[in-house]
Design a protein around this ligand. Structure first.
Ligand code: HEC
Length: 132
């Protein structure tokens, strides 16, 4: 998974992906997993992490077994995927660890092996092309 994430980060053309800056998110200053979730993630993943289906399909984070290995949500937040914007350069290692740990321990998820900022740093690829 880590290798895959590194490859995606290195080779995926950034311009073809969602850009967090394009949806008005720039250098988020709010701290703490719950607050970051509310301000940055909830607009798509909805309160309670229940997700949404319809014009935009946003996967539920509630009761989501794909959050078991922290490397996966870390990679999603850093690199984005499909309609999920990337937050490399927008959220710090601490902020990403905090919000990943928040979603992994809320909404019916109970994955207590906390990700650290060092885990995020280890997965953070080359600097994105967007302005930092
Ligand atoms: C602009 C809307 C949007 C925002 C903001 C957003 N996401 Fe997502 N997210 C998505 C979409 C769409 C997907 C599905 C992407 C795909 O696989 O094609 C997704 C997928 C995910 C997944 C993988 C879920 C799975 O079952 O595979 C995780 C984890 C995730 N997002 C976490 C977050 C976190 C944490 C934040 C806040 C830092 C966030 N997202 C912000 C739209 C968003």
């Amino acid at each position: 998974m880590t290798v895959l994430a590194a490859l995606c980060g290195a080779f995926m053309p950034r311009s073809a992906q969602g850009d967090a800056a394009a949806i008005g998110v720039q250098r988020v200053t709010v701290q703490g997993g719950a607050s970051i979730y509310r301000d940055v993630c909830q607009g798509c993943h909805m309160p309670g992490g229940r997700g949404a289906a319809g014009a935009g399909a946003f996967p539920a984070l509630a009761g989501n077994s794909r959050l078991e290995a922290a490397a996966y949500p870390i990679s999603m937040v850093l690199n984005g995927h499909g309609g999920m914007p990337w937050f490399n350069g927008v959220l710090s290692d601490v902020q990403i660890a905090d919000v990943v740990n928040f979603v992994r321990t809320h909404f019916g998820n109970n994955y207590r092996d906390a990700a650290t900022p060092g885990d995020v740093a280890a997965q953070r690829g080359p600097a994105p092309t967007m302005e930092r």
